[in-house]
Design a protein around this ligand. Sequence first.
Ligand code: FAD
Length: 400
Amino acid sequence: MAAELPATAEVVVVGGGIEGCAAAWALASRDVGDVLVLERATVGSGGTGKSSGIVRCHYGVSSLAAMARVGLETFEAAADVLVGEIGFHQTGYVVGVGQADVDALRANLAAQREVGVETEEIGASDVARLWPGVRLDDFAAFGWEARGGYGDAYLTAQAFAATARSHGVRIKQGVAVAEILRDPAGVCGVRTADGSVVATRRVVLAAGPWSVALAAPLGLDLPIRVHREEIVLLKPGIPTQGLPVLSDLVSLQYVRPDVGGEILFGNSDLDTLKPADPDAYLNRADDAFVEIVVDKVSHRFPDLDDAVLASSYAGCYDVTPDYNPIVSLTDAVPGLVVAAGFSGHGFKISPAVGRLVADLVVDGVSGDVLVPERDFRLGRFADGEPLRSPRPYTTAGQMR
Ligand SMILES: Cc1cc2nc3c(=O)[nH]c(=O)nc-3n(C[C@H](O)[C@H](O)[C@H](O)COP(=O)(O)OP(=O)(O)OC[C@H]3O[C@@H](n4cnc5c(N)ncnc54)[C@H](O)[C@@H]3O)c2cc1C
């Protein structure tokens, strides 16, 4: 049975991932009366459902650090501002770097504090207390965010959706947008796969990696590539209660406890990327990746001798040339806001993305001086002005 769609909407959001749902909630909070989200499958069924959900504000790009702080504050306030449980675990977040990156770490911590992030340098003895048994001799310095941790992106997207609905947003699942329509004045509607048309002068394109194909007929070339990212879960054979999230920028891995006593390992080494089709990719870690995890785990966690592989899966990153998102109006297509290319950062910053999208739709500019719309504009690539950290690490520069 085809979903019944309205003939018009003030804003149509294409994609019910965490960004589309955050945008819908933020639009409704700004009193945009008639917001319609169209999701081809179900809310959170795209990259959102695969997210490791790590929450940290440790970014070299100040606007991203500021967005992550907004995200953290929203997750902390979830019980008061959102409908439903979001699964946020405030375990704390440690980032460890090698000798070559000590100056960059200290400069990054200082810059993060300037945009309101609570973070500090801690010593090896502190880390040894936070994560007993971890090997520390090849780290030279550590950053710490007591308010960091990890969340559940799927649950959070559902909560954004439920909250948006409670403000009057309509969310239609099982409705794929086939085409964004335009006339000489700009966007004029969307056509769905079953041929229905919803007329609108505002479209938010938040369809993750699928945004590229929807933007192309409008003459917009979104520079987004898709890469497969593998995740491995281990049964560690030790208690995980109280362990923080660890970003290991020496071995290039991130590690966090998971609900149920497992430990989750993800990749921070983006030198060898695995191009993927987001509609057909191997949904598990391949043997080579498992071997890499085993090597890295034995090095970093010598006491996990008895650990066994519990499970693995894979998801897709939608990656831009500078590894930073596009949240942007477009000169070529008035009325269109693109929110895509989140490059592995999209969970923690989603509340701030929602606000920025709503600001662009309503005012045409960002309402947060710490999050200038210029940083996230699509045109930065053509202008040769990528958004990069002024203090990149020698390792994993793209992700910090
Ligand atoms: C393995 C992995 C680990 C990650 N870890 C972290 C992390 O630790 N911390 C962090 O901050 N971020 C992390 N991320 C990134 C984060 O999860 C993503 O950036 C974020 O979920 C992207 O959300 P989205 O809404 O842009 O895309 P998606 O969740 O992919 O949503 C897009 C939606 O659009 C829908 N859609 C597609 N085409 C159409 C169409 N034609 N019509 C209607 N709907 C359509 C899809 O069905 C989908 O639901 C991770 C991602 C992965 C894959």
